[in-house]
Design a protein around this ligand. Structure first.
Ligand code: TIU
Length: 220
C-alpha cells in the first residue's frame, strides 16, 4: 500500500478508497475582479499552486483515485445564500452583484468557473456548495460513502477558510485526511503555515500534511 511520509507520521492509503478533493479553484478566488479581489485580497498569491494542483489531479487519474472538485457558488436567486453571508464585509460589489467576472459567486457565471488549467474531466465529480465547508448542505458524505472512500487528499483555496473547514468536517465524519501543503494556498501566507501546524499538532488531531512530492514518492 502506498505510504506517504507525512507529518505527524506515516499516512498509508489505498488509492481505490481515496479521493483527491480540490477545493474551490475558481476564477472568483484566483483572478482579478472576482470575489477574492472584492474582499480586498491580493489574488496573485494563489496562482503559484496551480501547477502542483495539475500534477496532483493527473496523479489521481493515473492511479485510479476519485477526483472531486468543489465550487463555492450560489443559485441565481441566492436562495441558498444566507443574508448574513451576503452582508458580510459590506461590499460595494458583493455576492450576487454584477462584476467584471459576472455576478459574484453565482453558479454559471464566469467567475464561478474553474481556472482553465483545472477544468473537471469526464469521471470527475463537481460539487457545488453554498458554504465554506464542503459537507455543509451538500451530498458529499453520501458521494464518498457510495464510492467506498475512506481517505482524502485535500488541496485548493483558501487554506484557512474552505480547505480548513472541509478538512475539519471530514475528520469529524471519520475520514482520514491529508492536506497537500503545496496544493493549497491563502491570501495570508502566515495563515497557511498556521493551518498546517494546527492540523498535524497533537498527534494529527485533524489529520496529516505533506507536500505533493511525498505523495508522488509513495507511488515510486
Ligand atoms: N475569502 C476566503 O479566503 N475564502 C473564501 O471565501 N472561500 C474559500 O476559501 N473557498
Amino acid at each position: 500500500m502506498p505510504t506517504v511520509h507525512a507529518r505527524p507520521y506515516d499516512f498509508p492509503f489505498d488509492p481505490a478508497h481515496t479521493a483527491v478533493v480540490m477545493i474551490d479553484m475558481q476564477r472568483d478566488f484566483l483572478e482579478p475582479g472576482g470575489f477574492g479581489a472584492m474582499l480586498g485580497n491580493d489574488v496573485s498569491l494563489l496562482r503559484p499552486i496551480v501547477p502542483a494542483c495539475v500534477r496532483l489531479l493527473a496523479l489521481a487519474r493515473a492511479k485510479g483515485m476519485a477526483v472531486i472538485h468543489t465550487q463555492e457558488a450560489h443559485d441565481a436567486q441566492l436562495a441558498d445564500c444566507p443574508p448574513s453571508k451576503r452582508a458580510r464585509g459590506a461590499l460595494s460589489c458583493g455576492i450576487g452583484d454584477p462584476g467584471p467576472l459576472g455576478r459574484v459567486l453565482v453558479a454559471g457565471e464566469p467567475g464561478a468557473g474553474f481556472v482553465p488549467e483545472l477544468l473537471p474531466q469526464p469521471g470527475d465529480v463537481v460539487l457545488r456548495k453554498p458554504g465554506k465547508g464542503a459537507f455543509h448542505a451538500t451530498s458529499l458524505d453520501a458521494i464518498l460513502h457510495a464510492q467506498g472512500i475512506t481517505h482524502l487528499l485535500i488541496g485548493g483555496v483558501t487554506t484557512e477558510v474552505c480547505v480548513q473547514s472541509t478538512m475539519r468536517e471530514a475528520n469529524d465524519r471519520g475520514y482520514e485526511c491529508l492536506l497537500v501543503t503545496d496544493c493549497a494556498a491563502s491570501y495570508f501566507p502566515q495563515f497557511h503555515a498556521a493551518v498546517v501546524e494546527m492540523m498535524v499538532a497533537q498527534g494529527g488531531i485533524v489529520g496529516w500534511a505533506a507536500p505533493l512530492a511525498e505523495i508522488e514518492r509513495a507511488f515510486a
